[in-house]
Design a protein around this ligand. Structure first.
Ligand SMILES: Nc1ncnc2c1ncn2[C@@H]1O[C@H](COP(=O)(O)OP(=O)(O)OP(=O)(O)O)[C@@H](O)[C@H]1O
Length: 322
């Protein structure tokens, strides 16, 4: 078997059972090069276990995962193909940042100068001679990222990289990862908070309780949000009737007395009520927020029978591109 050089990560039917705990169950998804993919799920959903299986650190109970067409342990020089930052990385307390990187550079067979180069990439040049023991959490995260970048990898896998970063650090990381992906590289980042990575990612894999809930483009997920128009009417029952006769709905009275109308635009509603000679005092869009949708998906609420036709488990969404 030879590497296809693509940097594509393919996870197929991956499962891991620890004793009685099914940490990951039959997960399948593809992470395409040239994009930043968010790997999302609440704490304990199985994200770290999945990433560790992709990185050859945990043996799957069943299923396979490949990077550029090969399982991690057949990659030859894995550090030059995939760079990873997992949680709780330790640093030698007495070594400077530069020396820490030089030790790793030697271990993976890249020249010493890479140490200074990657320090520059993550904005830590000024701190090269300082010890990570004196670093802030954000600086330690940057150093861990620098370590992952030593081998100039085509693929980056980051477990909860935004943890402990301040807003400026999050913005920096966002720009860095997007630029990395624009070079045609593959970036997979896990997070338990959609809001933390929403502006960074273009693809998303959502898991909960070890099972895939959604897999596809973030844009598609946004487009699937239910949107309704909230109508404040002078005579609500008459407006409801007019809209029903015109074929719009479902309709629902909400506690503040307004009518929630799905499947119609403001203009369509305006035309119907005007034609019926009824009074409407105001209309507002009510878009289910993405975070709410994420919460619903990860609660498994909509997994079995999605109301309103949400395409929830989209395991086959990228099937044609494999
Ligand atoms: N080595 C292990 N032995 C036993 N159970 C484990 C082990 N590693 C993980 N688990 C269990 O597997 C499940 C998934 O854990 P995992 O760490 O993969 O989730 P996660 O989504 O990364 O969550 P978090 O963000 O909290 O780390 C949890 O129930 C966890 O307790």
């Amino acid at each position: 078997m030879r590497s296809d050089g693509s940097g594509r990560i393919v996870v197929q039917g991956l499962s891991k059972v620890f004793g009685r705990v099914a940490a990951v169950q039959d997960l399948s998804f593809v992470v395409e090069p040239g994009s930043v993919t968010g790997f999302l799920g609440p704490n304990g959903a199985g994200k770290t276990t999945t990433l560790r299986m992709i990185l050859g650190l945990v043996t799957p109970t069943s299923g396979v995962s490949t990077i550029s067409g090969l399982p991690y342990d057949r990659l030859g020089s894995p550090a030059r193909v995939v760079g990873a930052v997992l949680e709780n990385e330790g640093f030698h307390p007495k070594r400077t940042a530069r020396n820490h990187l030089r030790v790793y550079a030697a271990a993976i067979g890249v020249p010493d100068q890479r140490a200074d180069h990657v320090l520059g990439l993550v904005g830590l040049s000024e701190a090269a001679n300082r010890k990570p023991g004196e670093f802030s959490l954000g600086m330690r995260q940057r150093l861990a990222l620098a370590t992952a970048l030593l081998g100039d990898p085509r693929v980056l896998v980051l477990d909860e990289p935004a943890n402990g970063l301040d807003p400026e650090g999050i913005l920096w990381l966002r720009n860095f990862l997007r630029a990395y992906a624009r070079e045609g590289r593959t970036v997979l980042v896990s997070s338990h908070l959609l809001s933390e990575v929403e502006q960074t990612i273009d693809q998303v894999v959502i898991i909960s309780q070890g099972v895939t809930r959604y897999f596809g483009a973030l844009e598609q997920l946004r487009a699937n949000q239910r949107s309704r128009v909230l109508v404040e009417a002078g005579d609500p029952p008459a407006v409801v009737k007019a809209l029903q006769v015109a074929g719009f709905g479902p309709l629902e009275m909400i506690p503040d007395g307004r009518i929630a109308v799905a499947g119609a635009t403001r203009r369509q509603i305006g035309d119907v009520v005007a034609k019926a000679g009824l009074a409407v005092y105001g209309m507002d869009d009510d878009r289910a927020d993405l975070e709410e949708l994420f919460f619903q998906l990860t609660n498994g609420q909509f997994a079995a029978a999605p109301p309103g036709g949400f395409p929830v488990a989209q395991d086959q969404a990228w099937g044609g591109q494999r």
